[in-house]
Design a protein around this ligand. Structure first.
Ligand code: HEC
Length: 171
């Protein structure tokens, strides 16, 4: 049985190389065989999913800034304006955040439901509705009328929910 020892060691080393390739930007040491190629593909998928989650976190933070200010007795209108201006910029490419293969079937932890890719036209329409509302929120925010900002904020929040209800896990 001793002859099986070497392949096991080779596999273990290959596994370590793959793990380190996942954890680091440097993939130069990744093996170039089929397994290596598959692992690199999934490292790319993982990076795509993590990048979109980071973008949604930013969006959530900007949204919270606006909400917190609207709730406070004395809103910081400049802070609202800065946050509202950041949203269209940060979300302009949202339709590109969901390439095929970046759903739960990737094995990467994600709140993106398979329904996204089954109803892509509707999903893209939800993105467009959000972008229209977010652009309006920014325009209204720059006007500085807090009551109007509150209304535009509520309308934008409705477009977040409309998407999350159908296309995001546990929301
Ligand atoms: C067109 C669909 C869509 C719209 C519009 C949308 N979201 Fe999401 N959101 C998602 C999906 C899908 C995920 C899960 C992403 C993942 O885990 O890969 C998500 C995740 C998030 C997360 C969690 C990020 C994390 O991983 O911690 C936050 C926060 C969030 N969205 C906030 C918002 C807010 C606030 C809005 C509106 C201002 C919004 N989203 C609009 C689809 C959408």
């Amino acid at each position: 049985m001793r002859k099986f020892g070497i392949p096991h060691i080779v596999l273990a080393l290959a596994g370590m190389a793959l793990l380190s390739a996942c954890g680091q930007e440097d993939t130069a040491t990744a093996p170039s065989d089929t397994n290596g190629a598959a692992q690199e593909a999934s490292a790319e998928v993982k990076a795509q999913i993590e990048a979109r989650q980071a973008q949604y976190k930013k969006l959530g933070a900007a949204f919270k800034t606006i909400n917190d200010n609207l709730q406070s007795g004395s809103p910081d209108v400049a802070a609202i304006q800065t946050a509202a201006a950041s949203i269209p910029v940060e979300t302009a490419t949202m339709a590109d955040w969901f390439p095929e293969g970046t759903g739960p079937e990737s094995g990467v932890k994600t709140g993106a439901l398979p329904a996204i890719w089954e109803n892509r036209a509707d999903f893209d329409q939800k993105i467009a509705a959000f972008q229209t509302a977010a652009a309006n929120l920014n325009t209204v925010a720059q006007g500085g009328d807090v009551a109007a900002i509150g209304a535009a904020f509520g309308a934008t929040g409705g477009t977040c929910k409309a998407c999350h209800d159908n296309y995001r896990l546990d929301d």
